[in-house]
Design a protein around this ligand. Structure first.
Ligand code: G4P
Length: 527
């Protein structure tokens, strides 16, 4: 197969949702379609259950199995699908965000009872930054949920993306009859079932009297009225708008009943983009360029504390990756050879000799690689679009064992490189502040520092609202600003300057007082 053919058959995506909306269930059904797993429950068993949410040890346990579920590759209708897991627990870490930088599109799962929830909003913000195409699956139609029109409005309002329904539910909950595909003009009747997939009934004309027979007169009348309204509001899907992340096609279904999942998958492989062009510091790289390039978006470290082994997850962006070849590690300006490379097929890992754009390869690493690193065949460029985002919770690191200072520093550095959290070092007094997205992360850090590095620390809460990366085209003004706010200036892991704002109102005031300074909520920005 040529490089172009390999690219055309790949779809690399992630599923995003708020915990409990049905991401695991949907993942499992997709894997069943791909023949990647044989029975239901295979994915489920590796998931943190509800009751364990507050139990951070479970997160540790999860780390052990999550290598296997981090990337799930499978084939469906001659398409190679790479599904990247975005950890779904409430206290998700920075690397959930990062995973989204390695996908070409996402499927968003929304619970029809709960509507759009907080975590989906946050993840969607990341998608919007990169104009990632989004397909939406409204799940749990077998439950009494919210009015579908209201759900669409809510998605548009909260997620700031236009929607375009491609299917429409006929009632829901106990009286759920099925969905009408607006795209294929066919009806699919709901029968609660965990395994079977039924063919749709073609109803090309919504006024066809057989519709009344299938769903009953009143539901048929309601559907006709809904469809008339929908046809007026949503004339025809503009696929380009979807590909540019402006419109999200919407499907309705019930993952646990395997209802509407096949339609979603079939449409997904037709609409979702193959690996796309990607920006670097030098130029835009096309996936079909002959020379290999890729970047690291995730590091999984210290599964065995006795051996400092790490798996770095490489997203191939262009050309062909070959195991055993020498590649340029651009940041370190050195040649590096990976004789140990793994592909992820469903829940198995196997050694790969080659990989193509869109594929994810696991590289065994002894500490050379960091999140965001670029590998090439010699060109000195860096992939962009893998920023750090401002954390939400900040705490100062207090060393509890002076004799283990070195271990603490090393451990902190390595955990930060792995993307567990972010470290900010203050200019003044070298105070170290860790920032995370979720509160449990602090306990995880404490535990891992002790367990893997023998270091002990406490965390002291800090009154910080956001970390803002600062820049200015006026060097003098920037220096003045830093001098006047010295107590609140820190450096991130790459030495970039960050202003630690104490509150929203205060940040606003500072912004007003220093109009020449630009404040950014992510570490990557263009002035
Ligand atoms: P998550 O990964 O997004 O956190 O969600 P997950 O798939 O684990 O689903 C959360 C719960 O919602 C599960 O129930 C699951 O069975 C249920 N669920 C998923 N899809 C549907 C659906 O279409 N309809 C209904 N009614 N429920 C659905 P659980 O009780 O937490 O787990 P389990 O005991 O069923 O395994």
């Amino acid at each position: 197969m040529t490089l172009e053919q390999e690219i055309a058959k790949r779809r690399t995506f992630g599923i995003i949702s708020h915990p409990d909306a049905g991401k695991t269930t949907l993942t499992e059904k997709l894997l069943l379609f791909g023949g990647a797993i044989q029975k239901a429950g295979a994915v489920k068993s590796s998931k943190i259950k509800d009751h364990a949410r507050s139990d951070w040890m479970e997160i540790e346990k999860q780390r052990g199995i999550s290598v296997a579920t981090s990337v799930m590759g499978f084939n469906y209708n001659d398409i190679k699908i790479n599904l990247l897991d975005t950890p779904g627990h409430q206290d998700f870490a920075e690397d959930t965000y990062r995973t989204l930088t390695a996908v070409d599109s996402v499927i968003m799962v929304v619970d029809c009872v709960k509507g759009v929830e907080m975590q989906t909003e946050k993840l969607m913000e990341v998608c919007r930054m990169r104009n990632t195409p989004v397909l939406c699956f409204i799940n749990k139609l077998d439950r009494e949920g919210r009015d579908p029109f209201d759900l669409l409005d809510e998605i548009e309002a909260k997620l700031k993306i236009k929607v375009h329904p491609l299917s429409w539910p006929i009632s829901m909950g106990k009286t759920f009859k099925g969905v009408y595909s607006l795209y294929e003009k066919s009806l699919k009747l709901f029968t609660p079932s965990k395994t079977t997939v039924e063919e749709g009934i073609e109803i090309s004309n919504i006024n066809d009297p057989s519709l009344d027979r299938y769903v009953g007169e009143s539901y048929a009348a309601q559907l006709r009225a809904d469809v008339e309204l929908l046809n007026g509001v949503y004339p025809e899907l503009n696929v380009q708008d979807y590909l540019e992340g402006k419109v999200a096609p919407v499907f309705f279904g019930s993952a646990v009943n395997n209802f509407g999942v096949k339609e979603l998958l079939d449409t997904f492989i037709r609409l979702a983009p193959p690996p796309l062009n990607r920006e670097t510091t030098l130029r835009v790289i096309k996936p079909d360029e002959q020379k290999f390039t890729g970047f690291i978006f995730k590091i999984h470290a210290n599964m065995d504390p006795k051996h400092r082994n790490r798996i770095a997850f490489l997203r191939v962006c262009s050309g062909r990756f070959e195991r055993g070849n020498n590649y340029l590690h651009v940041r370190q300006e050195k040649s590096i050879r990976f004789s140990n490379a793994t592909a992820f097929m469903a829940q198995d890992r196997e050694t790969v000799d080659e990989a193509w754009p869109g594929d994810i390869v696991g590289l065994f690493d002894t500490g050379n690689l960091k999140i965001g690193d670029t590998l090439t065949e010699g060109e000195k460029l860096f992939y962009t679009g893998i920023p750090s985002f401002s954390p939400e919770i900040f705490k100062e690191v207090i060393n509890k064992d002076a004799l283990k200072t070195k271990q603490l520093e090393k451990g902190l550095l390595q955990l930060m490189e792995e993307g567990v959290a972010q470290l900010f070092t203050y200019e003044l007094g070298k105070k170290k502040v860790v920032g995370t997205v979720g509160a449990l992360q602090f306990e995880v850090i404490q535990f891992r520092l002790k367990n893997e590095y023998g270091a002990s620390c406490d965390f002291a809460p800090q009154n910080i609202y956001k970390a803002c990366w600062i820049s200015s085209t006026d060097e003098k003004k920037l220096a003045e600003f830093i001098a006047s706010k010295q107590r609140h200036i820190a450096q991130d892991k790459d030495g970039k300057l960050v202003f630690m704002a104490e509150s929203k109102a205060w940040l606003q005031m500072v912004q007003d007082n220093f109009p020449e300074i630009n404040f950014h909520f992510t570490s990557e920005f263009k002035d």
